[in-house]
Design a protein. Sequence first.
Length: 63
Amino acid sequence: MRVLIIGGGIAGTAAALALHQAGFEPTVYEAHPDNGEDLGAFLTLASNGMRALGQIGAAARGR
Ligand SMILES: Cc1cc2nc3c(=O)[nH]c(=O)nc-3n(C[C@H](O)[C@H](O)[C@H](O)COP(=O)(O)OP(=O)(O)OC[C@H]3O[C@@H](n4cnc5c(N)ncnc54)[C@H](O)[C@@H]3O)c2cc1C
């Protein structure tokens, strides 16, 4: 089943990963034209948020 997700922030991206792992075909539509690396300072995630990301394989440190 195809799923459209509007917004590629942490919520939309995490939803897409989880839905993909559950066998769905998510497509994320993001209005911002690039990665937004220059926006904001940081995103704080509590331990429950990190556990949720761990369940979808997204808790490892990036570059
Ligand atoms: C000024 C500011 C400072 C903050 N500072 C902190 C902080 O220091 N620490 C912290 O933990 N949190 C902070 N936050 C909160 C944090 O940014 C949010 O809790 C978090 O980003 C929410 O994630 P989200 O995926 O729900 O939404 P967002 O990150 O807002 O993602 C939503 C995405 O949807 C896209 N979008 C919206 N409408 C459309 C559309 N019609 N079509 C396509 N794409 C669309 C947007 O471009 C955006 O990329 C801050 C927020 C703000 C505004």
